[in-house]
Write a protein of this length. Structure first.
Length: 594
């Protein structure tokens, strides 16, 4: 009811006139992206598909709703919105929606080719119509790296000036999607001693090690009532069921029927003839740690847009993920039982490699999932303070480069540690401060405490007013896995993320078992604990900016001793620390029922 009143109040706003007829630049590229060439001019009657993200009537309502449903002590805490309630919250101006549809019809786009879905307008137009609508020229572009790959794009988009306030994004237009995968103090808590932990933890991490280290015990989620955890898969990476069975037999004998379900989005890979390390790592740790809870793997096809940098200098070499489509699918689900209560994402991109309008739209999608009660976690990255440490805006400014979606303020970002007594920050753990999003409401005290200790060190290389990340951490080095039947060891915050996600999934399952709402967006709760339920990591630090891209091998900026140090309290390497499940279980919000 509260949100319905707010929405009605906002609808009293008077829309400004669309009388002006001039066009303004909405989006553009300086030239044809590196790695592509114009192949041919399209036939005027060729059909193209577009999606338009409409600006909400009041953009502040989404963040306000998220803040209310996720902040401990709020009267709205845990009162998540259903899909239709969320759509009402995000509804665009009826005036703006009509203006967009009229704009489409002005180019003779038929009503049957226009589909209105909440804050999105999807439409099909001919090349002639698209050129007219956006005052541009669409062409077929061919990849120089793979002549079989073509995309239909343009280098500039113009829109009527008085239509621009109603449109956040038109996709795809200037966004050239990647075409090829590249190989890829607070209360001190005593952690489990080495004598209590399986001896193999000194050389390799296993699910049993993690259960002991993070005190994951006395938990047996009922698969009928526990909901399920979702694992995101991109870039044609797949886990293998045979590998999981063998791994469980050797390293997680309490999970004899270890398995997972799979769905394919946008033609995502489903052929399990050859498995990959990333996806395999994810399920070989989420499944045993949450057993017998259902685990669901989302294989999402396609690749997201890219602004080239020294890591991925050509569109053909990029590894950006199709974030928009993945989150759009989840948000389209009406039945709450179809939504995972926890999502583990072991992928990411440098913030600067994504168009800002695209990144902001995706971040808002993550916020929408939080409003629906979903806990979303992602790895903070494996570059320390940065890999290339050089901006891609043509100025080549030396900069510590944040990682996305970890830098989105509505996600829980996971850093990495190593060692067991004590745990220490691992050098590759990325972190820092966003260049897109300001510091969010929930982390001011924690992050400002770190900044005051940091002083002028690294001044000018980062944005001290930006969203700080990561938020939390876990082991990330030397994880035992089985890939294509062979034992192996992998490292990265992509290993840390499924561990923390599994712990959160167990907490969410416990909440559901007690008839309480899931935790949803985690960060306000985690930061409100002020170190309780966590082991503060105070030794070690990250390293980066070595002068050479870790992906392309290109020479770049060398920043001597570039690092973030782990300190008491929050830091941009390990966040607030590593989780202690048994204590977090006792610190869950109380007196809240569905």
């Amino acid at each position: 009811m509260v949100w319905q009143i707010l929405i009605l109040l906002c609808m009293w706003k008077q829309p400004f006139s669309l009388a002006a007829s001039g066009y303004q630049a909405f989006d553009s590229l300086q030239g044809t992206p590196v790695g592509w060439e114009i192949d041919s001019t399209l036939l005027a009657d060729s059909k193209l598909r577009f999606s338009v993200a409409l600006t909400p009537l009041n953009e502040g309502l989404l963040q306000k709703a998220l803040q209310n449903v996720s902040t401990i002590g709020s009267s709205q805490y845990g009162k998540y919105l259903a899909k239709d309630e969320l759509q009402r919250l995000l509804q665009p101006s009826s005036f703006g929606t009509k203006a967009v549809i009229d704009w489409l019809k002005s180019a003779s786009v038929g009503e049957s080719d226009i589909q209105l879905r909440g804050e999105w307008v999807n439409f099909v137009a001919t090349v002639r119509q698209a050129d007219m609508l956006m005052q541009t020229s669409f062409h077929t572009y061919r990849s120089l790296a793979d002549k079989e790959i073509t995309q239909i794009r343009t280098k500039q988009v113009f829109l009527p000036a008085n239509l621009i306030p109603y449109i956040k994004l038109i996709h795809p237009t200037t966004y050239f999607t990647p075409t090829r995968l590249r190989k890829s103090p607070v209360e001190q808590i005593r952690i489990a001693s080495p004598e209590d932990i399986d001896a193999s933890c000194r050389t390799q991490i296993t699910p049993k090690c993690l259960q002991d280290l993070y005190r994951i015990k006395s938990v047996n989620p009922d698969p009928k009532t526990a909901g399920f955890i979702g694992v995101a898969g991109f870039l044609n990476e797949l886990p293998g069921r045979n590998d999981l069975s063998q791994f469980a037999k050797e390293s997680a004998p309490w999970a004899p029927a270890a398995n997972f379900t799979t769905s394919s989005l946008l033609g995502g890979a489903v052929d399990e003839k050859k498995y990959t390390s990333e996806a395999t790592l994810d399920v070989q740790y989420t499944v045993p740690l949450t057993y017998p809870m259902r685990n669901h793997f989302y294989s999402t096809g396609g690749k997201g847009p890219l602004v080239p940098d020294l890591n991925f200098p050509t569109q053909a070499s990029s590894m950006n993920e199709p974030w928009l489509e993945f989150f759009a699918h989840l948000l389209s689900l009406t039945n709450p039982a179809e939504l995972p209560h926890t999502i583990s994402i072991s992928y990411g991109d440098e913030e600067q490699t994504l168009p800002v309008t695209y990144a902001k739209t995706v971040c808002e999608q993550i916020a929408q999932l939080g409003v629906r009660g979903v806990s979303v976690l992602s790895g903070s990255g494996d570059f320390g303070p940065g890999s290339t440490c050089q901006t891609n805006d043509g100025k080549k400014t030396t900069r510590f480069l944040p990682f996305f979606p970890a830098s989105c303020p509505y996600i829980t970002s996971v850093g990495g540690t190593r060692g067991i007594n004590p745990e220490t920050a691992v050098a590759f753990s990325s972190g820092g401060f966003s260049d897109i999003w300001p510091q969010p409401w929930y982390q001011g005290k924690a992050v400002n405490g770190y900044l005051s200790k940091l002083g002028s060190r690294w001044q000018g290389l980062y944005n001290p007013k930006g969203r700080g990340f990561p938020d939390i951490a876990a082991q990330g080095s030397a994880f035992r896995v089985i890939i294509n039947g062979r034992r192996s060891s992998v490292s990265g915050t992509s290993a840390s993320t499924p561990v923390v996600a599994a712990i959160i999934a167990l907490l969410n399952a416990q909440r559901l078992n007690e008839g309480k709402p899931t935790l949803g967006f985690l960060n306000p709760w985690i930061y409100s604990l002020e170190g309780k339920g966590l082991t503060d990591i105070v030794t070690g630090g990250s390293r980066g900016c070595y002068g050479k891209s870790q992906y392309s091998g290109a020479n770049t900026v060398n920043v001597p001793y570039a690092s973030w140090n782990a300190t008491a309290g929050w830091d941009p390497v390990t966040g607030l620390g590593t989780p202690l499940f048994d204590q977090m279980l006792n610190l869950l919000p109380t007196n809240i029922t569905v």
